[in-house]
Design a protein around this ligand. Structure first.
Ligand code: GTP
Length: 312
């Protein structure tokens, strides 16, 4: 019997699976992408997700033992100055509240600057368990790190604090192990063979939804959603992407299609161009519009909800 045929230890095989959404929060440039890439490893390649209107964009999926961690992106949370910025911030926080765990990343060198302070204040309203990650510890001496950890914990009750360097990977395995024990018990949401393109599919859906939103925000309820049905790499190096835009009523479907299909065509063109630029490949994009009544009552779909503007 070779090693690969050795049955797993009984407790390993019987261990119940866990799965959860982990929102990675932090000011721009603190190292969120570097951290998620370090956690996810080389299994999933993700292009820089620069779409700022996302709510539950999957940045990466990682498996640790029996746990599947789905890292969701929150658009860089900053001090909002304009209306659209305020919308993004509201969206970011909604995404955080939908997640199972929140991870706040702080840049050790920047410390608790104005932006991070604003995030800490808002984080008090988030009920999910919160983990503090102080990143870029390679740039700062230890006494200052401890003082920063204390100052942040004095402001918000974090369940754990980790000091890491996302760039070198130092401290990342400990963080991963802890997150893996904290996500809820439950089946994995992504089968293993789908994990690799899930972030790309999700990103592509977000891009189309952003274009839909830009074209039709006056006329459409924010609850329309987009799903990527297929993502096929073609032999000539291009990608064929099929997506469905779901709306709640036939009248909305007509609006999305536009006269003679004009509106959907223009949404498709904008989305295709942005996608092609992002992945640096030629893209063939096919959009379908379907009515799905009461989809928003479906908890699966709930996770994919759209932009929210703050009231007033
Ligand atoms: N010295 C040092 N630099 C790091 C570390 N982690 C990330 N960086 C650098 O910090 C910069 C920002 O990292 P990103 O991962 O892009 O930060 P981000 O928070 O995802 O940025 P946005 O997507 O703009 O919100 C990059 O130049 C990284 O190389 C670290 O542990 N140490």
């Amino acid at each position: 019997m070779t090693d690969s045929e050795t049955p797993p230890a009984a407790d390993e095989a019987d261990r119940p699976t866990r799965c959860g959404f982990v929102a990675v929060i932090g000011a721009p440039n603190v190292g969120k992408s570097t951290l998620v890439n370090a956690l996810v490893g080389s299994k999933v390649t993700i292009v820089s997700p620069k779409v700022q209107t996302t709510r539950t964009l999957v940045r990466g999926i990682a498996v640790f033992g029996a746990s599947q961690l789905i890292f969701v992106d929150t658009p860089g949370i900053f001090l909002p100055r304009r209306r659209l910025e305020r919308a993004m911030v509201t969206t970011a926080w909604s995404g955080t509240k939908d997640a199972d765990l929140a991870v706040l990343v702080i840049d050790a060198k920047r410390g608790l600057d104005e932006e991070t302070s604003a995030i800490l204040d808002k984080l008090k309203e988030v009920r999910q368990p919160k983990t503090l990650v102080i990143n870029k510890v390679d740039l700062v001496a230890k006494p200052a790190l401890l003082a920063l950890a204390q100052a942040a914990n004095d402001r918000v009750p974090f369940t754990d604090t980790f000091m890491i360097s996302a760039m070198s990977g130092s401290g990342v395995p400990d963080l991963a192990e802890t997150l893996a024990t904290k996500v809820p018990l439950g089946p994995w949401l992504y089968p293993e063979d789908q994990m690799s393109d899930a972030p790309m599919r999700s990103l592509a859906a977000e891009i189309t939804r952003e274009k839909l939103f830009l074209k039709l925000h006056q006329e459409l309820p924010y609850r329309s959603t987009v799903e990527t049905d297929s993502w096929t790499e073609q032999q000539d190096g291009s990608v064929r992407i099929e997506q469905t835009i779901f709306v709640e009523r036939e009248s909305q479907r007509k609006i999305v299609l536009g006269k003679g299909g004009h509106t959907i065509k223009s949404i498709g063109t904008d989305s295709r161009e942005e996608l092609a630029k992002l992945i640096d490949q030629k893209v063939h994009l096919f959009l379908f519009v379907k009515v799905r009544e009461n989809w928003s009552d479906d908890p699966e779909r709930y996770r994919e909800m759209g932009l929210e503007f703050p009231k007033g």
